[in-house]
Write a protein that binds this ligand. Structure first.
Ligand SMILES: *Cc1c(COP(=O)(O)O)cnc(C)c1O
Length: 458
């Protein structure tokens, strides 16, 4: 193995494949071809009994793996709410991969600890969050939500004289979960995982954009965890934080804002109005890997109550402080973790506050362009495009919508996904890559038109 590292040939080989992949990413089929998918069978074999050849392994991966990827980096991938990747973050990931750092403790990686500290400070500043806010760097927003709700549970029960870590669920004072009808599945999953029970959620209806109707909020009290969102996964809409947070704060309720992709609006000048009042919440979940375009595996939990977060995640009676420096594991459920803050730091350092605004507003502009060009050729747009999401109704019935969606996906020109909006099948367009240009949008709109024409001819 040492021989392979020393020769560097393996890494040169990987680099060559990586560049070849990058060069092809803008022009290839956005979704893998039928042949590429069939070729995945090449990986199906029994566990090798003996050691293999590293160069051959890499070669197999490139030959059969690379073509079976979705071309997310090419600028015409609009599926789900995924993100692109800023070159500076990819390059820093390359370098830090060679470091192979574990960020559990300062003693394991001083550099990772320092960069986490910097990211925490910058994010607080960018989002305008309270000074007491701490950040946990986790794998994604799903994980971040879990941490936020665990902190909420710890604090609200502690306020009632109940130590959740020691005394647990049995006999605990009941907590109330208040959630908007359109909350993301990752939030309801966290509610279930933490044992609150989905049937116990007090649902609050939303308006035609999926925003919570504040006047429908039940009476709040100190046992309430209120779940709001910045960025509806379909429409991109934002709940009205200001008034709801004020009401929650008056009675000692906890507000968590899930802003996996949308919280970044709060870090911009031009879209900040969407998140007005968000700083009055208690915890926030957001991804680096969506709107900010860092590599995957980058979720962030921000929490204004450091003690509650640490107590919930470490379940230790003592007020934990391992060293004078930042020990990252205090703020996450995991102990060993890779140094994901390196890429987050690189993204923020590279973009700066102005660059974040430009990146996020640029996605919004492309989304507006999408809506405008689709609308001009007779596609119905069902949402107010306030952020990066466009909901498109390409036909007046679900069967035709499915056909048009498949035709777009099969064209290889772009990739968009389906969703359901107000009981109707729709196409969801999510612009979340820095690469996507005005030409990419127009070219993708043409794929919509071609697909509709082709279906009409059948
Ligand atoms: C993507 C998303 C999540 C889940 O985030 P992961 O990083 O995939 O775990 C949660 N909430 C919203 C609104 C999302 O868009």
């Amino acid at each position: 193995m040492h021989r392979e590292q020393q020769s560097r040939a393996l890494f040169e080989q990987a680099k060559g494949y990586a560049y070849e992949y990058a060069d092809g990413a803008t022009e290839r089929n956005v979704f893998p071809s039928i042949q590429a998918l069939a070729d995945l069978e090449q990986f199906v074999e029994d566990l090798p009994a003996t050691s293999g050849d590293a160069a051959a392994i890499l070669q197999q991966l490139h030959e059969y793996g690379s073509p079976a990827t979705t071309a997310q980096t090419g600028g015409r991938y609009f599926g789900f709410v995924n993100g692109g990747i800023l070159p500076v973050t990819l390059a820093t990931k390359w370098l830090s991969d060679f470091w192979d750092q574990n960020t559990a403790l300062y003693a394991m990686s001083p550099v990772a600890s320092k960069l986490e500290e910097i990211c925490e400070r910058w994010l607080k500043q960018l989002f305008g969050l309270p000074d007491s806010t701490v950040a946990g760097f986790v794998s994604g927003t799903s994980s971040a939500i879990l941490c936020g709700l665990a902190a909420a549970r710890y604090r609200l029960l502690q306020n009632q004289g109940w130590d959740f870590n020691q005394q647990g669920h049995n006999g605990a004072p009941a907590l109330r979960i208040i959630a908007g009808r359109h909350i993301h599945g990752a939030v309801t999953k966290a509610v279930a995982l933490l044992g609150f029970g989905l049937d116990n959620i007090e649902w609050v209806e939303g308006d035609d954009q999926g925003r919570i109707l504040p006047e429908q909020l039940p009476q709040l009290d100190g046992s309430c965890i209120v779940l709001l969102q910045a960025g509806n996964v379909n429409s991109g809409s934002f709940d009205p934080f200001d008034a709801i947070c004020d009401r929650a704060n008056e009675v000692g309720a906890w507000v968590h804002i899930d802003g996996a992709f949308g919280l970044w609006a709060g870090g911009t000048k031009r879209l900040k109005h969407l998140t007005q009042g968000m700083e009055k919440a208690h915890s926030w979940s957001v991804d680096g890997h969506k709107t900010l375009n860092t590599p995957y595996d980058s979720g962030i939990l921000l929490c204004r109550d450091r003690d509650a977060l640490i107590m919930a995640l470490q379940a230790s009676g003592a007020y934990l402080n391992f060293s004078e420096n930042r020990d990252g594991m205090l703020y996450t459920p995991e102990m060993s973790r890779r140094a994901r803050a390196v890429e987050l730091w690189a993204a923020l350092k590279y973009l700066g506050a102005d660059g974040v605004d430009e990146l996020v507003y640029g996605m919004h502009k492309r989304a507006l362009q999408f809506a405008q060009e689709l609308g001009a050729t007779g596609f119905e747009i069902l949402n107010d495009v306030v952020f990066n999401q466009v909901i498109v109704s390409p036909a007046n019935n679900d069967i035709a919508t499915d056909k048009i969606l498949s035709a777009i996906q099969d064209s290889g020109e772009c990739w968009v996904g389906g969703s359901v909006w107000q009981g109707k099948k729709v196409i969801r367009v999510s612009v979340c890559s820095w690469v996507t240009s005005a030409e990419d949008v127009s070219r993708s709109v043409q794929a919509f038109i071609d697909a509709r024409d082709a279906i009409a001819e059948i």
